[in-house]
Design a protein around this ligand. Structure first.
Ligand code: GLA
Length: 346
């Protein structure tokens, strides 16, 4: 039974640590934030979707079953979600969609995943469909990224948005599929993000190249994923594949070191881990830029004990950990874990 309307909200995310590990069957420790995307869906009764991006004052419309890639931008997400939900055998009814966002676009805080997840939840709720569990729903969203937007991204952002918990980060094991909440007790410490000013589209940055380098490393070593990598194998890899693989191996270890540090309440150690993660992303994984370095430096100069690039890199926001008594620097925003994606009405 179709409903007359449904509203869904999906948050963006900050990844505490564990970057470029998701598509390598590794570990990550993200949390959902308060900012995100809201989609209000009204049933139209007809076999078409009409979408309004309220913040941009732009529209799109298409017939269900006749979605085609647009020249780019937000429309591909709407068309892709509609097509991929149907391809997965899920119901999609004609709808008028109003889309509003409070998370900066293309800035490393997962505006894309928030949009995909909110669209999926609103459309599924409008059709009164059964709840789709996080992993399959995240895979549908990632097909939108991969096939419609051209970004070969993993499942980190969608899972963080779907599974977010107030007061907790999520240790996600992309090999076993196990997601474990990790309570984020910061006391007087604060996490802040600062916009480097550099914008990226994962489809156009070096993101896809990094993913392909990891696949090449696996092929050269005869392993299914970098999760199987042993340090002794690194010598067999040519540059820069050895550096990429080393980053992934060490970053996985840093995720569990961060979980341990949080359990002990050792936030200085968490800061040191953020620093090591950033150095590795800059020097081994090569996803930093001068704008990112300047933003990291700005947070350190303001008193952060750890700062690093987050998300795919090549621009976007940086994350910093401020010890007690250090004021949030100008332009930076405090972030804390918030609840995951949800249907807001009916
Ligand atoms: C982007 C992608 C994620 C993940 C991160 C890097 O946010 O969407 O899948 O790979 O980059 O950790």
């Amino acid at each position: 039974m179709e409903r007359s309307h449904a509203t869904a909200f999906a948050p963006g995310r900050v990844n505490l640590i564990g970057e470029h590990t998701d598509y390598n069957e590794g570990l990550a420790l993200p949390f959902a934030i308060d900012a995100g995307v809201t989609v209000r869906a009204h049933a139209t009764g007809g076999p078409w979707i009409e979408a309004l991006a309220v913040d941009l004052d732009e529209r799109d419309s298409f017939l269900l079953g006749e979605e085609a890639p647009s020249p780019g931008g937000w429309r591909d997400f709407v068309r892709g979600v509609s097509a991929e939900l149907a391809a997965a055998g899920l119901p999609v009814a004609g709808a008028l969609l109003e889309i509003r966002g409070s998370v900066p676009r293309g800035a490393g805080l997962s505006s894309s995943a928030a949009l995909e997840v909110a669209l999926c939840l609103a459309l599924l709720a409008l059709s009164d469909a059964d709840v789709v569990p996080p992993w399959p729903l995240a895979r549908i969203c990632s097909r939108v990224e991969n096939e419609w937007v051209g970004a070969q991204t993993g499942l980190l952002d969608q899972l963080a948005s779907l599974c977010g918990r107030a007061d907790a980060a999520l240790r996600i094991d992309f090999h076993s599929g196990v997601i474990t909440p990790v309570v984020l007790e910061l006391g007087e410490w604060r996490l802040v993000t600062l916009d480097s000013g550099g914008r990226h589209r994962n489809a156009e940055s070096g993101y896809n190249e990094r993913r392909s380098e990891c696949a090449q490393a696996c092929a050269a070593l005869g392993i299914a994923s970098l999760r199987e990598l042993q340090p002794a194998m690194l010598d067999a890899l040519p540059a820069p594949l050895d550096a990429r693989a080393r980053h992934v191996f060490e970053e996985n270890a840093r995720v569990d070191a961060a979980v341990d540090a949080l359990a002990r309440g050792d936030l200085a150690e968490l800061g040191a881990l953020l620093e090591r993660s950033h150095a590795s992303l800059r020097d081994l994984y090569a996803v930093s830029t001068p704008a990112v370095e300047a933003a990291v430096e700005q947070l350190r100069a303001a008193g952060a004990v750890g700062a690093r690039v987050i998300g795919g890199g090549f621009g976007g926001h940086v994350l910093g950990l401020l010890p007690p008594g250090v004021a949030v620097p100008a332009g930076a925003l405090e972030v804390r874990p918030g609840p995951g994606a949800r249907v807001l009405d009916g």
